[in-house]
Design a protein around this ligand. Sequence first.
Ligand code: S3P
Length: 171
Amino acid sequence: MRSIYLTGFMGAGKTSIGHALGKKLGLAVYDTDSLIEEKAEESISVFFEKYGEAEFRRLEEEVLQSLPVTGSVIMTGGGIIKKANNISWMKEKGLMVFLYCDMEVVLQRLENDIARPLIQQKSKEEIMAIFSERLPLYKKAHIMMDTSSLGIHEAAEELAVAIKSWHSGQH
Ligand code: S3P
């Protein structure tokens, strides 16, 4: 089975849904943000502070390409779609999923967040603008799922069904 790449905005639930999905499907689970932190031996916010976003994106692409293209659920950072090359990689090698979540829910989750450098000191309007700019890129995914009103396990369940049906449509 091709690897499943979970994409979507910060706070959309990629990490929790990814773990639940991996368990459900019996697949290995990888998280590009955690792997970057391990590799760099820095937290993401310190990494951004020290080296900047461009260096983060370089490492993110490297990590993405180092991960297995079969048998895995791969949770990605919200900005992975900023590189066209990453979208092509995910779509050519695997199954790209967009986890959509209403911005009202996302903004509530991100309130008081100090781990995500790109939203620090940003107003809700500015965060909404980043989302709008990225939306067409997320929409390039093979499968889109709205998780706004779903619990983690419900979302993983629905996603597992959508993935199976996508695979059966391929043959
Ligand atoms: C980012 C999202 C973060 C992390 C970094 C940049 C972004 O991941 O990769 O802070 O540009 O949207 P999450 O989507 O897991 O928060």
